[in-house]
Design a protein around this ligand. Structure first.
Ligand code: SF4
Length: 497
């Protein structure tokens, strides 16, 4: 790291902010500090031991335990970029370029903390409840930081961050966006407000935890849409109810009309659903979206029913209405006027509602970091950046983030997406430009590294690196091995150099 003295301060050149840092102080991002004239990276570099996935931070500060001597004997330690430092302005080689023999193949891992001006998170929230309409703006601390995307099966999706919010709005919008992204990526809870004042919803998102929607913690992800639930549980209801309606904001299912009911010889009941009929037994738009039954705004399921057809229905008809999570259910019998009257639910039907709930998975929030690594940070890997992009595309170079498996999007660039829960804790930092700092590692054969114009003179054997003061031992939960030969195209052909 370059240092330029100005009186007792030193200059950090790890990002465009170029802080002058006094002795004993940290820079604006709290990632670098001046320790007696030395610029030091405050967070420990993290190595993952490939044998039992232990995390071994080193170069750490106060409170760190002395290294117990185990890690260098462990097989295949993987040097992550967490705590490695950045290479800004990128023409310099990455902070760590380490080699090791992996099952007879000389491999090299190029490690850097990327400064991602182009980055964001995709958030998947497992819930039926209405949290906002598609395209609604998502706010944090009153600033717009993203929007609601297309819903997926049983989940609401948010797209947060991105360069438009980081740099394209006001200074405050950029700062708030960066802060929200940082906290989400580091697994903290962040309160978001979705939509405008007349239809705003509060959603607290925390990776790996259930969302809190308008103050209420969600419990279950729905078992499926209303139609799917009819298909899955139709047999449970035979002989126990004459009609079953599974209430769902997207597709409400009706047993007697549904193909499943037809095939099980469930007779027509004369029921009328107040919604847009799609195909038999499947209705759209039975109500408005909301936080009631099946992601609708209703608390009384009877409001979605029209009058029963007197030519078909009969007094005493047994009707079960249930939501897609099984959390809400009601049992009714038609009176002489063919009006549904609440009645005590038979045990068998109670059990079927419980079975729906039992088949629901717990509701969780998933936070996936997404960033573009196809820019200048490639220069820290090779003097010929496009060759790195091609090498990734050709499966000669494997990309990981903090040792976790990263999905590389097709098409141009190196656009990666990774589940933050697979990464070591506190993997992310920021710089006030504003941009997120995220670890990224490129692993490939030494021969391929040479071929793409890598910084060969900077390669250090991993054993040399390990002597630089390992301090602490932690555990990692993910099991991805970036150096496994299975990650590479050459595994299928030639394992030699
Ligand atoms: S913000 Fe952080 S990385 Fe950037 S110059 Fe200041 S101390 Fe260095």
């Amino acid at each position: 790291m370059k240092r330029v003295a100005r009186s007792e301060k030193i200059r950090c050149d790890a990002c465009p902010v170029m802080c002058y840092i006094a002795d004993g102080k940290a820079g604006a991002c709290d990632r670098y500090a001046n320790h007696g004239g030395e610029l030091v990276r405050l967070d420990p570099l993290t190595i993952i031991d490939g044998t039992d996935q232990q995390l071994v931070p080193f170069l750490t500060g106060d409170g760190a335990r002395d290294w117990d001597g185990n890690i260098v004997r462990a097989d295949r330690p993987f040097v992550t970029a967490v705590g490695a430092g950045t290479t800004y302005p990128d023409y310099k080689p990455a902070p760590f370029i380490v080699s090791q023999d992996v099952e007879g193949v000389d491999m090299v891992t190029v490690v850097t903390e990327g400064i991602f001006s182009y980055c964001g998170v995709k958030v998947k929230i497992d819930t039926d409840r209405h949290i906002g309409h598609e395209r609604d703006v998502v706010y944090a601390d009153g600033e717009p930081i993203g929007h609601v995307m297309t819903s997926e099966y049983g989940s609401k999706m948010l797209s947060l961050g991105g360069v438009e919010h980081l740099t394209g709005g006001s200074k405050k919008e950029g700062r708030v966006t960066c802060d929200a992204l940082l906290r989400l990526c580091n697994r903290e809870a962040v309160e978001l407000v979705i939509g405008e004042a007349d239809h705003a919803n509060s959603v607290v998102v925390e990776a790996g935890k259930a969302p809190i929607i308008n103050g209420e913690r969600e419990k279950l992800m729905r078992v499926g849409c209303g139609s799917a639930a009819i298909g899955m549980f139709a047999k449970q209801w035979l002989n126990e109810a004459d009609e079953v309606v599974v209430v769902d904001d997207h597709i409400t299912g009706v047993l007697s009309e549904h193909q499943a009911g037809k095939e099980l010889d469930v007779p027509p009941t004369g029921i009328k659903i107040l919604g847009r009929r799609s195909t038999p037994g499947r209705y759209f738009q039975v109500a408005e979206p909301g936080t009631g039954w099946g992601g609708t705004d209703i608390d009384d399921p009877l409001t979605i029913l029209g009058p029963f057809n007197p030519k078909i229905a009969w007094p005493g008809l047994r009707l079960l209405m249930v939501s897609t999570t099984g959390e809400q259910s009601g049992y009714y019998e038609l009176d002489d006027a063919l009006l549904p009257q609440p009645a005590e639910m038979p045990d068998a039907l109670r059990k079927s509602a419980d079975l729906i709930a039992e088949n629901c998975e717990p509701s969780v929030c998933s936070v996936l970091f997404m960033g573009g690594a196809g820019g200048s940070l490639r220069a820290g890997v090779t003097e010929n950046p496009v060759r790195l992009t091609r090498s990734v595309r050709e499966a000669l170079t494997h990309v990981s983030c903090g040792g976790a498996r990263a999905y590389v999007w097709p098409g141009g660039g190196i656009t990666v997406m990774v589940d933050v829960l697979d990464m070591p804790t506190e993997s992310f930092g920021y710089v006030p430009t504003p941009a997120l700092v995220a670890p990224i590692e490129f692993t490939l054969r030494v021969s391929d590294y040479r071929a793409l114009g890598g910084h060969m003179d900077q390669i250090k054997p991993v054993e040399d690196l390990a002597r630089d003061g390992l301090r602490q031992l932690d555990k990692s939960l993910h099991d991805h091995d970036p150096m496994s030969h299975d990650n590479y195209r050459w595994k299928k052909t030639d394992r030699s150099e």
